[in-house]
Ligand binder design. Structure first.
Ligand code: ZN
Length: 419
């Protein structure tokens, strides 16, 4: 016997990149945690099933965060006046070095997972650190909560401080052990995570490519994140024409999801290769403003059919709230468009699509309420003024632009209420 649940309220979700579906005062039927349909009236076959009424609340899909760093959580909202190179060397690497201590790692990762859920993020791609035990704790905590995730043990064997610089062989050995241990996880899966080209030797990347093939896993990294990194990648790997090719040549693509964070300065070759492997590029608007100082050509990439998601990129970004990134993605596109008019302004619908339906597609059928999608959902409220009531669509826009996690009244994960 399947379990049926019916919820009444206003409903908003992305139908396509440019179109948001808006249902006033409707019923969403959920069967075994999966969306069965949306109706104006309860269909006869469901008569007798109790209806949970959310009144003026708006039911929206839960968010997907395609790029963040769980170990940097203690540093969110701090050290934001430094730029990338200084920020890494002076603050961020020393913090990551502390994840050799299991007790510290456990406490940070508990707080990270709790805040993630509080912010309405039910799907996440995250970096760990180089540390096997700490990263194991992170993936186990996400698996236990049933959060769909890709979690990476970071690899770095060059141009890194001594306390984070691995020996190539050892890095590969530990990574293989990590994959063996967790690749049969149901929800939180391992993903290969070379930090970025400047901190990885060719031998390390080629070794990771072999592991990708052997275990059928994907990879995440930072791609064309800054002009410095873009130049450094081709200087260190002179047989490659661009940053994205470095990992292709090492045999890392094609075995699982490909996630490239930032993608701010892509060349035609970067775009061609990412598209060839159906990779996702991730815009992280807060991080861009805080430590990177470049703006992704988001509208142009969307136009060209590149898959885009949004990322909180804590601690370069100050908040785990992906809904904040939706608003900032639109804002940044206006600045980009002002200085480079060939880049169009990103619409609210497009930014919401990146944060839900398109970002969610990395994890399977999540991020929408079309039939067959997982009911990973949030009920938001408390955003209307008595003197000027909002439509469901306006409620969602105000939530992303001026709301906070307290506006999330109820959270569902595959039909179960959580948080
Ligand atoms: Zn990052």
């Amino acid at each position: 016997m399947s379990e049926i649940n019916i919820y009444r309220g206003n409903i908003v979700f992305s139908k396509t990149e440019k179109e948001l579906a808006e249902y006033w005062d409707s019923y969403i039927v959920v069967e075994d945690g999966i969306v069965e349909g949306i109706y104006e009236r309860v269909p006869e076959r469901f008569f007798g099933v109790p209806v949970r009424d959310f009144g003026n609340g708006v039911i929206i899909p839960a968010f997907s965060d395609l790029h963040t760093h769980a170990p940097q959580y203690p540093q969110r909202g701090l050290k934001t006046d430094a730029l990338l190179k200084e920020w890494l060397g002076k603050y961020t690497f020393p913090l990551e070095g502390r994840f050799v201590e299991a007790e510290f790692a456990g406490a940070v990762y508990d707080a990270f997972v709790e805040d993630l859920i509080k912010c309405g993020t039910m799907h996440v791609v995250t970096f760990g650190t180089i540390h096997e035990q700490a990263t194991g704790m992170l993936i186990e905590k996400l698996e236990k909560k049933g959060i769909r995730a890709y979690v990476g043990k970071v690899n770095m064997d060059e141009n890194s401080p001594a306390y984070l610089c691995e020996k190539t062989e050892e890095s590969l050995r530990i990574t293989e052990r990590y994959l063996e241990r967790y690749c049969s996880n149901r929800w939180a899966k391992p993903i290969l995570t070379p930090r970025f080209a400047p901190t990885c030797s060719r031998d390390l990347l080629v070794g990771l490519g072999k592991l990708a093939k052997k275990y059928g896993v994907g990879m995440q990294t930072h791609l064309v994140e800054s002009l410095w990194e873009k130049k450094e990648a081709v200087r260190l790997f002179p047989d490659c024409s661009c940053d994205t090719e470095v990992y292709e040549k090492a045999g890392l693509y094609g075995y699982g999801p490909l996630v490239g964070a930032h993608f701010i300065f892509p060349s035609e070759e970067d775009i061609r290769i990412l598209k060839k492997y159906s990779g996702y590029a991730v815009q992280c608007p807060e991080a861009t403003v805080n430590v990177i100082a470049g703006i992704m050509p988001t509208a142009s990439l969307l136009e060209r059919g590149v898959k885009l998601g949004l990322g909180s990129d804590v601690a370069a970004g100050q908040s785990l709230a992906v809904f904040d990134q939706v608003a900032k993605s639109v804002q940044l596109s206006k600045i980009k468009s002002f200085y480079e008019p060939e880049n169009k302004v990103v619409s609210f619908a497009q930014a919401f699509f990146m944060a839900t339906k398109q970002g969610g597609s990395l994890f399977g059928k999540t991020g929408s309420f079309e039939k067959g999608y997982a009911f990973d959902a949030l009920v938001i409220g408390g955003l209307s003024d008595d003197f000027a009531p909002l439509s469901p669509l306006e409620t969602v826009e105000r939530f992303c632009c001026a709301g906070n996690a307290d506006n999330i009244r109820v959270r569902f994960l595959r039909g179960d209420e959580i948080g």
